[in-house]
Design a binder for this molecule. Structure first.
Ligand SMILES: NC(=O)c1ccc[n+]([C@@H]2O[C@H](COP(=O)([O-])OP(=O)(O)OC[C@H]3O[C@@H](n4cnc5c(N)ncnc54)[C@H](OP(=O)(O)O)[C@@H]3O)[C@@H](O)[C@H]2O)c1
Length: 275
């Protein structure tokens, strides 16, 4: 299988989807740079995947992101993809006494959404430069969730909202880059279903038993995510969300409405916007 990218940075690759995707990329010939907080997991990845590079990163340390991005892109001018994948999921019970820890809410929002905006702002100039000055295709791939489209996991209201925020951000980002003349910077959003990873582990969600067994087997998900990346769709779901993004599906309709609506607003704003 031809490599999808020349060199990919995977944010959050110490377990689950990020680790398995990095491993698949490596097997297919993409050079990978893996990140996460757990040094020992990064070292284990590098030991198993010769030539891969690891660097620790805590995405909630927002002040460190600009420096991280500057160093990575300076050291790796051939970086042509980033997979923004780090994420946590925590339950919040507004119906129970002491069921809501706002520190957890803040951590989830920062990890799953705010850090992605900071990473985008810090890394995007590199990808814009590659596409404009060096005529290369580049990709920013956002790992979202079907819960960002339909918040059916009611026990995790903060999590669902972070993914909905991410989806809204990604739609406007993609449109800005299209309008701004960057068609070769691809903005891709992936909507996984529940997948068997550490996301639902009892260590993170103590009220769950065998949470790691929830969802689609990881290898099957990675196969299907890679198929979607190869198809080149700008957004795609795997599993139960797939029909939502096809003809007649509610998200497909929403995208059509978005495309029409944003054009109308742009037109209406013309006489109010300077320059
Ligand atoms: N599994 C599912 O059911 C499912 C469904 C839909 C979407 N997703 C999304 O898929 C993505 C990957 O999750 P997963 O299921 O693979 O879970 P996972 O096995 O728990 O992996 C999460 C990854 O995110 C990293 N991470 C978390 N907090 C971080 C931080 N502060 N700084 C840097 N890295 C951080 C973790 O690394 P460290 O702990 O080493 O920092 C780990 O590599 C997430 O965005 C998740 O929302 C998962």
């Amino acid at each position: 299988m031809a490599p999808l990218y020349k060199k990919a940075l995977i944010i959050g690759a110490t377990s689950g989807i990020g680790e398995a995707l990095a491993s698949r990329f490596h097997a297919e010939g993409t050079s990978v740079i893996v990140t996460g907080r757990r040094r020992e997991a990064l070292d284990a990845f590098v030991a198993k995947h010769p030539g891969s590079i690891a660097t620790t990163l805590d995405v909630t340390k927002l002040d460190s992101i600009a420096t991280f991005a500057a160093e990575i892109t300076k050291k790796h001018p051939d970086l042509d993809a980033v997979i923004l994948n780090a994420g946590i999921q925590r339950p919040l019970f507004f119906d129970r006494p002491n069921g809501v820890d706002l520190n957890i809410f803040n951590e989830e929002l920062t990890t799953n959404y705010v850090s992605f905006v900071h990473l985008t702002a810090a890394l995007l100039p590199h990808f814009q430069k590659l596409s404009k000055e060096e005529d290369k295709d580049t990709s920013l791939v956002y790992v979202s969730s079907t819960l960002g489209l339909l918040p059916t996991l009611v026990r995790a209201p903060g999590y669902c909202a972070t993914k909905a925020a991410l989806h809204s951000f990604v739609m406007t980002l993609r449109q800005q880059l299209e309008d701004g003349g960057y068609p070769r910077v691809k903005i891709v959003e992936v909507f996984p279903p529940a997948v068997q990873t550490e996301l639902h582990d009892t260590k993170h969600q103590p009220d769950l038993v065998n949470g790691g067994e929830i969802g689609m087997p990881l290898a099957e998900f990675i196969d299907r995510m890679c198929e979607g990346l190869r198809r080149g769709d700008e957004q795609f779901a795997v599993g139960h969300g797939e029909p939502w993004l096809k003809d007649g599906g509610f998200e497909n309709t929403r995208v059509t409405m978005f495309k029409q609506g944003q054009k109308g607003i742009k037109e209406a704003l013309k006489r109010f916007v300077k320059g």
